[in-house]
Structures are given as structure tokens and as C-alpha cells.
Design a protein around this ligand. Structure first.
Ligand code: SF4
Length: 72
């Protein structure tokens, strides 16, 4: 199994927590805007990470997974 590659641009992140809602085992929000995340999430988190990347309103999440942006 290949781990998922994941990078969040924390300068872009506005703490909307969409990712935390969709992938709570990968993203954690501390306080208002301090996002912590697992940069090498397990393979089983693929779908969650992909959904989180698609849902981020400011597109701060970069991953090597296919990301489907609805309506774009
Ligand atoms: S959804 Fe995007 S803006 Fe919101 S906390 Fe996650 S990375 Fe940051």
C-alpha cells in the first residue's frame, strides 16, 4: 500500500474546517485557525482526503489523489 501524499497550504487555509468534518482522523483544528494534519495519512483515508480536498473552499489542500470538484 502506498501512503497518501498530502500538503496543506496553511497560509491559504482559513480554518473553515470542512476538511476536519470530512476526514477527522487526518485533520484537526486547534483553536480558531490552527490546522494540524497528518502529512502521510494511511491508505484507508484516501476517500476522506479526496473529499476533504474537494470541499476546501480555498483549495488549500494538495494531494496526489484524484480530486473531484463539483461543478468545476
Ligand atoms: S477546509 Fe481548507 S480552509 Fe478549511 S480548515 Fe481545511 S484546509 Fe483549512
Amino acid at each position: 500500500m502506498i501512503d497518501v501524499k498530502l500538503v496543506v497550504d496553511l497560509n491559504r487555509c482559513q480554518g473553515y474546517a470542512q476538511c476536519v468534518f470530512l476526514a477527522p482522523d487526518v485533520f484537526t483544528l486547534h483553536g480558531e485557525e490552527a490546522l494540524l494534519y497528518d502529512a502521510g495519512p494511511a491508505d484507508g483515508e484516501r476517500e476522506h482526503v479526496s473529499q476533504a480536498a474537494a470541499a476546501c473552499p480555498v483549495h488549500a489542500i494538495t494531494t496526489d489523489l484524484p480530486v473531484h470538484h463539483d461543478g468545476e
